[in-house]
Design a protein around this ligand. Structure first.
Ligand SMILES: [Zn+2]
Length: 214
């Protein structure tokens, strides 16, 4: 069962990477079929197998030898490992981690991600919560949605706050504080200094690490 779950997880990771790439480049989610990002040659079936294809191709396109980012391979392995832990819990945390991983991949490439991710993640986090939490969480979420577009130079992105809120609702204040501390630490250690650092990748990395640790 662990091996089967790993295979499914790796496939999901591969799919999330492809979807985020297509979002960042403004391409359609559906057409054309999977192809090399550099030479645009459609990939053969044996070049589409998660984890295995990257190793067989040694991280390069079979046709033009352009390098395939190592993050693709690492993400496939990570989502594979994460999904094996579904045996011990419910589906909800995986839906949220999947959604936020997709958002983080978009954020890393384009410094933005589709708004529907926030709405869906918030809806899932508030699912089956007590009425007071639903009202309070809904109000805070509405505040972020209303106020952030009016702030000319926000110190933190509204997408990061959306994830903080959905995470806090689901796992509580203490877990969120530890998770945020690790994410901030990772972001501070990040060598590539930028004026605007995409923070979601660090938040997701910290969330996945915390999840596997548990
Ligand atoms: Zn190529």
């Amino acid at each position: 069962m662990t091996i089967i779950l790993f295979i499914y997880g790796a496939c999901i990771g591969s799919w999330l990477t492809a979807m985020a790439d297509r979002y960042a480049t403004g391409a359609s989610y559906v057409y054309p079929a999977s192809h090399c990002a550099t030479c645009h040659t459609p990939l053969a079936y044996w070049q589409l197998v998660p984890v295995f294809s990257y190793l067989t191709l040694r991280g390069r396109c079979h046709y033009c030898q352009a390098s395939i980012p190592a993050t693709t391979f690492l993400l496939e392995v990570a989502t594979g490992i994460v999904l094996t832990s579904i045996q011990y819990t419910t589906v909800l945390p995986f839906l949220l981690l999947g959604l936020w991983t997709f958002a983080a991949l978009c954020d890393a490439r384009a410094q933005t991600f589709p708004a529907w991710v926030s709405y869906l993640a918030m809806g899932l986090a508030l699912w089956h919560q007590p009425v007071t939490i639903i009202v309070l969480g809904g109000l805070l979420f509405a505040c972020i949605r209303l106020l952030w577009p009016r702030w000319s130079h926000p110190l933190i992105g509204d997408g990061d706050l959306d994830m903080l809120l959905s995470y806090g609702v689901l796992w509580g204040v203490t877990a969120s504080a530890q998770w945020l501390l690790v994410a901030s630490g990772l972001a501070l250690l990040y060598p590539g200094k930028r004026e605007r650092l995409p923070f979601l990748p660090f938040l997701v990395l910290s969330a996945v690490g915390w999840w596997l640790w548990r």
